[in-house]
Write a protein that binds this ligand. Structure first.
Ligand code: GLY
Length: 261
């Protein structure tokens, strides 16, 4: 690689990184300079296959709040990641206003940063929006104008889950333009939504237009309830070759049931 130029300029340098072992969680912050609101922690499922197997994808499903990021982890994230980051941005003269996505690994030695993004996570955003009871647009518009009213941000006590329905072959090559069959509005339960990700409308039909096609999303009082609703919506929705993971949130459900016994 170094001598043969296999990867061009990218192959001229070796970077040795710490291997972080643990469970990942996504922390989204709404930032207005040095002020911020931390939205509920969520957890994405990045591998295509059940049991976290197979290649990485853009995200096969998520749920929030993710109990794995408990109060102690969130305190650690605030103190050791968020506050130094916002201080650093301010020190560089950056008046950052918007979403800050901190991808963390919860290791035996505390929370470590996997990545920062200056956008919402996808599909994490799909489970955060149903949990914000106040108007998210007002929050964003206020931040854009330099005003963040923490007390005006109301987060629901419930849970939300999203199951991502993908095209056959995704995350490898896949076909587009496959007709999607959607349930009637009256068959969509209260507190559930079909979010179009990779679709288009053509000739009065809804067709697939991407690898991750739909997000079957639901909110309920419990995680199990939100997952049940999202999966029942997935069963009523489809297109040729559609696939989705059937174990979104399962690790958390197992932890909950172990705790209950
Ligand atoms: N869910 C991963 C991402 O949005 O980057």
């Amino acid at each position: 690689m170094l001598e043969g130029g296999t990867f061009g300029d990218s192959g001229r340098e070796i970077v040795v990184e710490e291997k972080m072992e643990g469970e990942e969680a996504s922390i989204m912050l709404m930032v207005c300079g040095r002020d911020y609101v931390m939205l509920p922690a969520s957890q994405d499922h990045k591998r295509v296959g059940e049991g976290d197997t197979g290649p990485n994808t853009g995200g096969m499903g998520a749920y929030a709040p993710a109990a794995v990021a408990d109060e102690s982890v969130l305190g650690d994230v605030r103190r050791n990641i968020v506050e130094p980051t916002l201080k650093g941005l301010a020190a560089e003269g950056i008046d950052y206003r918007g979403t800050l996505y901190v991808g963390i690994m919860i290791t035996a030695r505390g929370a470590k940063v996997v990545e920062f993004n200056v956008r919402f996570g996808d599909p994490e955003c799909q489970v955060l929006m149903p949990l914000i009871e106040s108007d998210p647009l007002e929050l964003m518009y206020g931040i854009a104008r330099g005003k963040l009213d923490n007390s005006g941000v109301k987060i629901s006590d419930g849970y939300a889950a999203v199951v991502v329905m993908c095209a056959a072959g995704y995350p490898g090559s896949y076909k587009k333009g496959i007709e999607i069959s959607l349930p009637q509005d009256s068959d969509i339960p209260e507190g559930a939504w079909i979010i179009h990700a990779g679709t288009k409308s053509s000739g009065g039909k809804i067709l697939s237009d991407g690898g991750r096609v739909l997000g079957l999303t639901a909110r309920a009082d419990t995680l199990a309830g939100a997952l049940d609703k999202a999966y029942s919506l997935a069963e009523k929705t489809g297109f040729a070759g559609a696939h989705f993971r059937r174990d979104i949130g399962r690790r958390q459900l197992l932890r909950d049931s172990r705790k209950a016994h």
